[in-house]
Ligand binder design. Structure first.
Ligand code: SF4
Length: 247
C-alpha cells in the first residue's frame, strides 16, 4: 500500500506521523522521533531488546544513525518517507510507537529517589500519575507543552526551562513539588517563575489539570500553552491553583 493510503486509512499511523515525524531538508526523507515515555516506557529508559530493535531499524531503513536527545528520546535522522509506515509498524512491535512528541506526556524526568542518592523526592512515580491523569486525546487537544520534573535542586531534568517545571522537595517527610511556570528552551530560552508553595505529591496530577483548565478557558484560537501564559501572566494560574479548597 502507498504511504498516502496508509496515512488516510490508519488514524494511529496518521497521529504518529503528525506528532513524531519531522521535516527533512532532502526531498523524500523525514526524521523520526522515537518516544521513550510513559505509559510505554520510563522516560529515557529502554530495554536491550528495544535498543537492538532500534539499531536494526536504523540500519535497514536509515543510514545506521541514531541520535539521543536531551528530551530523553531517540531520533532516526534520515528515513525515506516511503518506509515510514514499515518503521512505525516495527516500532510498535517494540512498544515504541507512542505518538506523543512535544505533548505533556513527553516529559523530561530525572531518576529521582528511585536511583539517585542526591534526590529529595521521587520522580518517576508522580510523573506517571500526572501522565495517566490525561488521555492521549486530551493531550492532543491541549497541544504542545514542555513539562520537566527534577527530583532535587541539582535540576538534571532542566525543570527551570520547561513551560511547566516541577521540582521535588521533601517537606514534612512527604514528597512535595514546587511548580514553575513560563520557562522556555531554544531561541527564546528563559527561566520559569515559581507559582507558590510546593504541592503534595498526591495533589500534583490535579494541580497540573487545574493549570490546563485555565489554559483551555482563556486560550485564543491556535494559541499554545506557553503563548497563553505569556499573554495572561501568572495570576490566573496562581489564583486557580491556590484558591480555597483547590489544593
Ligand atoms: S535532579 Fe537531583 S535527583 Fe534528579 S538525577 Fe539530578 S541529582 Fe539526582
Amino acid at each position: 500500500m502507498e504511504f498516502a493510503t496508509h496515512l488516510q486509512n490508519n488514524v494511529a499511523f496518521s497521529d504518529w506521523y503528525d506528532l513524531n515525524v519531522r521535516p527533512h531538508k532532502v526531498l523524500g526523507y523525514r526524521s523520526v522521533v522515537i518516544s521513550t515515555k510513559f505509559p510505554s516506557n520510563i522516560p529515557g529508559d529502554v530495554s536491550s531488546t528495544q535498543m537492538r530493535g532500534i539499531a536494526d531499524i536504523a540500519e535497514r531503513f536509515g543510514f545506521g544513525e541514531i541520535r539521543v536527545t536531551h528530551e530523553q528520546n531517540f531520533v532516526l535522522p534520515d528515513i525515506p518517507k516511503s518506509c515510514l509506515f514499515q518503521v512505525w509498524v516495527e516500532l510498535n512491535h517494540l512498544g515504541l510507537g507512542l505518538a506523543n512528541h512535544a505533548l505533556l506526556s513527553d516529559m523530561i524526568v530525572c531518576p529521582g529517589a528511585s536511583y539517585c542518592n542526591l534526590a529529595t523526592a521521587h520522580s518517576f512515580l508522580v510523573a506517571e500519575q500526572v501522565v495517566r491523569a490525561f488521555t492521549l486525546a486530551e493531550q492532543q487537544e491541549i497541544g504542545p507543552v514542555s513539562m520537566n520534573l527534577s527530583g532535587c535542586i541539582n535540576s538534571c531534568a532542566h525543570h527551570h526551562i520547561a513551560n511547566i517545571g516541577m521540582l521535588g522537595l521533601n517537606k514534612s517527610k512527604t514528597d512535595h513539588y514546587q511548580i514553575t511556570l513560563g520557562g522556555c528552551q531554544g531561541n527564546d530560552s528563559r527561566l520559569g517563575k515559581v507559582l507558590g508553595p510546593a504541592i503534595a505529591e498526591s495533589e500534583l496530577p490535579n494541580a497540573i489539570r487545574t493549570l490546563f483548565d485555565v489554559y483551555r478557558k482563556y486560550r485564543e484560537v491556535d494559541e499554545s500553552f506557553i503563548q497563553a501564559v505569556d499573554r495572561l501572566g501568572l495570576t490566573p494560574f496562581k489564583e486557580a491553583l491556590y484558591s480555597e479548597g483547590q489544593i
